[in-house]
Design a protein around this ligand. Structure first.
Ligand code: ADP
Ligand code: MG
Length: 347
């Protein structure tokens, strides 16, 4: 396997900078999720690493090898893109073995490796079928088997699961993670599904307008977003009145910093909570919505601001009704401090 790194990548299409000085390291054997709104440059970055797009500037390394001038077929990369297509008239085994035949590995070797790949994606015994005889999820597995059968150094996945319905997508996410761990392949997964990125990956990176906003372990980015865009893109955040507006602010929070708190960090009580180290505010419960085991509440603060609270239903005071006065509190260290000046890009 191999580490991948890009350094100062720029790619322009006319006046649009699809990638604007992007630098990132993808750890050897890690699963990196690349996140960002539509048009932020995710696919362009993946295609640059694969060799389908040639950057105007910057370096790309796979392992220790600079690959800017290396053609696609010599980069040793496995790929599965959003609009992947299996060859409809080929059997599953022939689809999976395609890359091996291109590399002329020989029939016996091809049979053995196709068998291994199908076993890995739990499709043993499906080799003789045609793609139309498979479910959507099974076709996805075949595409994955085809991407990894050549033992590539890097696996690039561009929204591979976005066409699947929710339940199947969640299954495939776990499946993907299991396979990725099992073969230990450096993987870059493009997704616009924040939850997918948070649950699956070792590290994430957020792109916006061709620029890297932030990269790091999911927990770290979630708990310490670099700017307001990262804070609200990766999850929900209640924006609080500024430092000095009556809420207990974390120590060292500079005046002008934006304070925020995640909906699930907040506890809701009938009476004012005791205790140092808690940030708190009062408000009126405006709405309470059930969603399975969790409930979402909307609370109007005294200053007019709205707070969203997400908690387990049993953690909400019994009998609490819309229109009642409630207290919201959370540990001070759960307050997100978004540095002043870092919001410039959020407008
Ligand atoms: P994402 O995958 O994050 O949705 P893309 O990498 O596909 O974003 O696109 C980034 C930007 O570059 C967009 O503004 C897109 O319109 C532009 N772009 C991408 N590919 C091309 C191309 N081949 N020609 C012109 N513009 C392109
Ligand atoms: Mg894309």
């Amino acid at each position: 396997m191999a580490r991948v790194s890009v350094e100062g990548i720029v790619k322009r299409y006319g006046t649009v900078a699809a990638l604007d000085e992007v630098s990132l390291d993808f750890e050897d054997g890690g699963l990196f999720a690349l996140l960002g709104p539509s048009g932020s440059g995710k696919t362009t970055l993946l295609r640059a690493i694969a060799g389908f797009v040639f950057p105007d500037r910057g370096r790309i390394r796979i392992g220790d090898q600079p690959v800017e001038r290396v053609p696609v077929e010599k980069r040793d990369i496995g790929m599965m893109f959003q609009n992947y297509a299996l060859f409809p008239n080929m059997s599953v085994a022939d689809n999976v073995g395609f890359g091996l035949r291109v590399r002329k590995v020989g029939a016996a070797e091809e049979r053995r490796r196709v068998g291994e790949a199908l076993e890995l994606v739990q499709l043993e015994g499906f080799g003789g079928r045609k793609p139309h005889e498979l479910s959507g999820g099974q076709r996805q597995r075949v595409a994955l088997a085809r991407a990894i059968v050549t033992n590539p150094r890097v696996l690039l996945l561009d929204e591979p699961l976005s066409a699947l319905d929710k339940a199947l997508r969640v299954d495939m996410q776990f499946e993907l993670r299991r396979i990725q761990r099992e073969i230990g392949i450096t993987t870059i997964l493009v997704t616009h599904d924040q939850e997918e990125a948070l649950t699956l990956s070792d590290r994430i990176g957020i792109l916006r307008d061709g620029r890297l906003v932030q990269a790091g372990p999911p927990r770290e980015v979630y708990d310490a977003p670099a700017d307001l865009f990262a804070a609200t893109f990766l999850g929900e955040a209640n924006i609080l009145p500024g430092v000095g507006a009556g809420l207990v602010a974390p120590e060292g929070a500079a005046p002008g910093a934006v304070l925020a708190v995640r909906p699930e960090a907040i506890a809701m009580t009938r009476t004012e909570p005791e205790g140092a180290g808690l940030s708190r505010c009062a408000g009126v419960l405006e709405r309470r919505v059930f969603a399975g085991a969790m409930a979402t509440c909307l609370v109007r603060r005294e200053d007019g601001g709205e707070m969203k609270v997400v908690s387990r239903d049993q953690d909400i005071p019994a009998g609490l009704a819309e229109g009642e006065l409630v207290w919201l509190s959370w540990p001070v260290e759960k307050t997100l401090v978004i540095p002043a000046g870092a919001q410039a890009g959020a407008g």
